[in-house]
Design a protein around this ligand. Structure first.
Ligand code: NAD
Length: 368
């Protein structure tokens, strides 16, 4: 199982697709190109044993195609385990569009992307991710039914981020309980990195429960806005990773738990929304464990968004969405317990349980 994060030149030395470090027996990888709209996208279907592959589309200005490919490989794999650990009957997939979402995203490009999604006849169902808005999914919906996260006016479940934030908050509370004895975040110093769609709502939950919240973001305007709105403090030091906090909540980009950061972190709990927080899930997960830092697996606690969009496929309502999301609290505690009993990291524990479910389903599917 490959799970390391490689960059730039390291990636280019490997075989183009199946030899990539992030390649993990993905079932299908589709390269999409459209000259007229400038669309360059990659759709990754990691595993469809549990059902059709569901996962968002990310639009990002990748430095090169290798980074885009590895991102889609890592993200789609993460979706497989996220769905399995959450108990949803879907597989793992993801798409990336190469480009700047602010300047290069057009309705024509999104429509073309939707046509590519449609060409897969439902093997991949898309949704929004970084760089995407609900209105983009509405455009995709014009050309294919294989899309979730569409607006409520069009019968969809709307923006999944508030539900994701709720799940992250509950996962964090479970981790705080495990580490400090009580699940209340009141009086706990929490650093939220990235106060976008998910991060801001998380700040809301945290401040309402009395946490002492510090925020950081590359968007300065947003920083001041969120600080004023919730009474949060803007991080002022040189290095956020050595900040003197109880909880570090990565809610911006992935791979922030890496060689440069894991040994500096002072927080005793890491619980956030970002996907693929561990640059190398075996190496960095273990270092955190050895340092006594409790890591709440990202793909488990950020599953609120997928639970929300999955409702569009299964036709359940908001109350059921919230009930399923509330399960994240108990599942997180169960994972911690499993990790201790088996002497493995929390990330490995979550992966193992998810993989066991997939293996079991594979046997059941073969009997049908
Ligand atoms: P977003 O784009 O709305 O917010 C991300 C924020 O992070 C932005 O404010 C951005 O300025 C900031 N940021 C980017 N780079 C940064 C850096 N180096 N340092 C500090 N801040 C930085 O995205 P989102 O929807 O809030 O998602 C946040 C993370 O959670 C992403 O990694 C996403 O994949 C993951 N996630 C989101 C959902 C969801 O429902 N939106 C679900 C699961 C996982």
């Amino acid at each position: 199982m490959n799970a390391a994060f490689a960059t730039g030149k390291e990636l280019q030395k490997m075989d183009p697709v199946f030899g990539q470090l992030s390649f993990d027996d993905h079932e299908q990888i589709v390269f999409c190109n459209d000259k007229d709209t400038g669309l360059k996208a990659i759709i990754g279907i990691h595993n469809s044993v549990m059902g059709p592959a569901l996962g968002g589309t990310r639009m990002f200005n990748y430095a090169n195609e290798w980074e885009a490919l590895n991102d889609v490989l890592r993200l789609s794999r993460g979706m497989t385990y996220k769905a399995a650990i959450t108990g949803l009957n879907i597989g793992g997939g993801k798409a990336v569009i190469i480009g700047d979402a602010k300047t290069q995203k057009t309705p024509e490009l999104m429509r073309k992307f939707g046509e590519f999604v449609h060409s897969l006849s439902g093997r991949y169902i898309t949704a929004e991710d970084v760089g995407m808005e609900t209105r983009d999914m509405d455009i995709v919906r014009d050309v294919t039914p294989y899309v979730t996260g569409i607006s409520e006016e069009r019968g969809g479940s709307g923006n999944p981020s508030p539900v994701t934030a709720y799940g992250v908050f509950l996962g964090m509370k479970a981790a705080v309980k495990q580490q400090f004895g009580s699940d209340s975040v009141a009086g706990k110093k929490v650093l939220v990195q990235g106060i976008g769609h998910v991060g801001e709502t998380l700040v809301d939950y945290l401040t309402k429960e009395g946490a002492i919240v510090t925020i950081t973001d590359i968007n300065e305007e947003k920083l001041y806005e969120v600080a004023a709105k919730y009474g949060a403090t803007i991080f002022a030091g040189d290095d956020i990773y050595s900040a003197d906090v109880d909880v570090y909540a990565p809610c911006a980009m992935g791979a922030t738990l890496n060689d440069d950061t894991v040994n500096k972190i002072k927080a005793k709990v890491i619980a956030g929304a970002a996907n693929n927080q561990l640059a190398n899930e075996n190496v960095h997960g273990l270092i955190l464990q050895e340092r006594g830092i409790l890591y709440a697996p990202d793909f488990l606690i950020n599953a609120g968004g997928i639970i929300n969009v999955y409702a569009e496929l299964e036709h359940y309502d908001k109350a059921e969405i919230m009930r399923k999301t509330e399960n994240i609290y108990n599942t997180t505690l169960e994972i911690f317990d499993y990790a201790i009993k088996n002497g493995i990291t929390t990330h490995q524990a979550a992966l193992t349980i998810a993989q066991n479910r997939i293996d079991l389903r594979k046997i059941e599917n073969a009997k049908k």
